[in-house]
Design a protein around this ligand. Sequence first.
Ligand code: IRO
Length: 309
Amino acid sequence: MTDLSTTIAGVRFPSCFMNAAGALCVTRDELVALGESGAGAIVTKSMTVEPRQGNPEPRYYGFPGGSINSMGLPNLGYQAYAELIPDLKRYGKPVIASVAGLCEDDFPTIAAIINAAQPDLIEVNLSCPNIPGKPQIGYDPDASERVIKRVRSLITVPMGLKLPPYFDPAHHEVMGKVIGRHGIDFLNMINSVGNGLVVDPEREAVVIKPKGGFGGLGGRIIKPVALANVRAFYKVFQGRIPIIGTGGVVDGVDAFEHVLCGASAVQIGTVLVEEGLGAFDRLKNELATVLARKGYRSLADCLGTVKEL
Ligand code: IRO
């Protein structure tokens, strides 16, 4: 069968498909279930200093084109994840800890303790769109650089950044400069497309409660935005920083498109929430079928090779 394994920052993943932070990965039971599933890695929910219930419900809504969420960082708190990580490493697949924070000071506090628990990689989330009154760090290059600097020296495992979608090449360039200055080991893009609004015309109402219905968009509708960001950063770094592509992967062809644009691995959020853990085996079969039909034996054979006209 086609080889769907991949390597990111020297860490081998048995398959290129994993959950996106936030999707079925908050509790111990959910993380164990990811370990026992066909996922190629276990990614934790983005964690904060204190445990959080998150925003009021309803806070997630799926629709045919994708999803909108304003979860508000529900999580067990970093100390609980630090205790869970050694157990989670038993499943023969990498564990990625997603580190967030409600203010800049939280990031180094969490990074130091989580690093000591030795996950295989750490992803620093610069792009949560759903904290009322808090703009996304990733949209402020100076704030991004401050946070990166403060955690970089504390993290000894491969360290990556979860980036928001950017919509202008000038922003890819300026963030590329920030990222290039700090020895970042991998990138993951995109987080949800922040502050969309979905309306139910029958009820004449918004569909989620927090922030007047505004929330992060995911799923099928965001794929072109995700592909554009993967491609843009792949070109900015000429393939030298490995990229995890996230956004709009619903089937194996979507994953193939991410790889063509420059993604070494792929995360799934909306489709995982909607379909459950069986999505991993379906996606692996579908991607293997596409690659075999095209005569590719591994992801490396088509990584970043999308043709320009
Ligand atoms: O609301 C959330 O918890 C959330 C987070 I931290 C994020 O990074 N992205 C998202 O869509 N939701």
